[in-house]
Ligand binder design. Structure first.
Ligand SMILES: Nc1ncnc2c1ncn2[C@@H]1O[C@H](COP(=O)(O)OP(=O)(O)OP(=O)(O)O)[C@@H](O)[C@H]1O
Ligand SMILES: [Mg+2]
Length: 333
């Protein structure tokens, strides 16, 4: 994290040196490593990277929602408004989730229970942090349905998830996530499962909700088009690490890490909504003993040092940093 960020404003949420490990047959394997990221009030930050780079695990770590017994935070800290949330008890965490931070997950269908009506699920999300009952509760449910622009909300509330399209289900899960007016909404690939036209509508909806409520948004995506449209700042992840971070305009204009450069070059050749084809070469397997930069084997500019030592993130401009040996010697313009 760049020191200048702290001088401007204290972050609402801040991860420092966060390491998240998963349990495998071969023992515990760190996936997300040395993850430093902060989000300030009202800001939109994007995390971008290819499938499997650890974006969802990082998001779940910030919420302390990792699958029990299968993954855990094994290092570092997460501060929410200055409080270390990794040391909180389950009851204290539940009080924060929904009210302070809420998550929209990658798959809108799995976020909803198929055998419970939309209305009952939305009412449950509302009452998790409020005492609303009866008419007032119903009125709040209708209000939320209107906020996420679901037509005919009275009728929709009585329906079950399978009666709604993927886009409508995602709107319901957004309504549930914002029911307690969280100060930070984490949206994990909120549009990946949707058609291209519906994707644009859901992104517009998130923009509008953000404007109206002032909440901060952490948006996770593999799509630089989404980053350009939505975010103020972007963190690029590769093999469990943030390899570059900076203001979106600056990263587009002057990407410094060869991985970011590769991703941007691919994005420019592929229309929105398509999954990025991989940059040539394989992402290294997690858990393998490895020295040096994880991208070295795929990097067109790798040098000897890149295979020997892991580069740390260093400042390359205002609020812009990257973990790359080439920038240290000025070889990447
Ligand atoms: N519960 C788990 N147990 C074992 N391995 C896991 C678990 N969850 C994630 N992983 C592994 O950790 C890596 C990162 O997973 P993660 O879901 O965070 O990636 P992602 O960047 O969100 O990918 P995608 O873009 O496909 O959603 C993957 O290699 C995945 O197989
Ligand atoms: Mg994911």
């Amino acid at each position: 994290m760049n020191a200048q960020t702290f001088a401007v404003d204290t972050p609402f949420i801040e991860a420092r040196g966060l390491t998240t490990s998963v349990r495998t047959k071969r023992g515990e394997v760190p996936i997300v490593t040395g993850f430093d990221l902060s989000v300030r009030r009202g800001e939109t930050v994007a995390i971008v990277g290819e499938s499997g780079c650890g974006k969802s695990l990082a998001a779940l770590s910030l919420m302390q929602l990792l699958p029990k017994g299968r993954a855990r935070v094994s290092g570092g800290e997460v501060r929410l408004d200055g409080r270390d949330i990794l040391t909180l008890k389950a009851r204290e965490l539940n009080a924060l989730r929904g009210r302070e931070i809420a998550l929209i997950s990658q798959d809108p269908m799995s976020a909803l229970n198929p055998v419970i009506s939309i209305g009952a699920q939305l009412r449950e999300a509302i009452t998790a942090h409020s005492d609303l009952k009866g008419e007032a509760l119903h009125a709040r449910a209708i209000e939320l349905m209107r906020l996420v622009q679901i037509p005919d909300p009275e009728a929709r509330l009585r329906e079950y998830p399978h009666r709604l399209s993927g886009g409508m289900c995602q709107r319901v899960s957004i309504a549930m996530a914002i029911a307690s007016q969280p100060r930070l909404l984490i949206a994990d690939e909120p549009t990946t499962a949707l058609d291209v036209t519906i994707q644009a509508q859901v992104l517009q909806l998130l923009q509008r909700l953000k404007r109206e409520t002032g909440m901060a948004l952490l948006i996770i995506t593999h799509d630089f088009g989404v980053v350009a449209e939505m975010a103020d700042r972007v963190a690029v992840m590769y093999a469990g690490r943030i390899v570059e971070e900076g203001p979106v305009r600056e990263i587009f204009r002057n990407p410094r890490h060869p991985y970011t450069q590769g991703l941007l070059a691919l994005t420019r050749h592929h229309p929105r909504g398509m999954r990025l084809p991989e940059i040539a070469g394989l992402v290294p397997a997690y858990g393998e003993a490895r020295t040096g930069c994880a991208f070295a084997d795929r990097c067109p500019q790798a040098r000897a040092i890149c295979r020997q030592l892991t580069p740390e993130r260093r400042s390359v401009g205002p609020l812009h940093d990257t973990a790359c040996w080439l920038t240290e010697t000025g070889e990447v313009a």
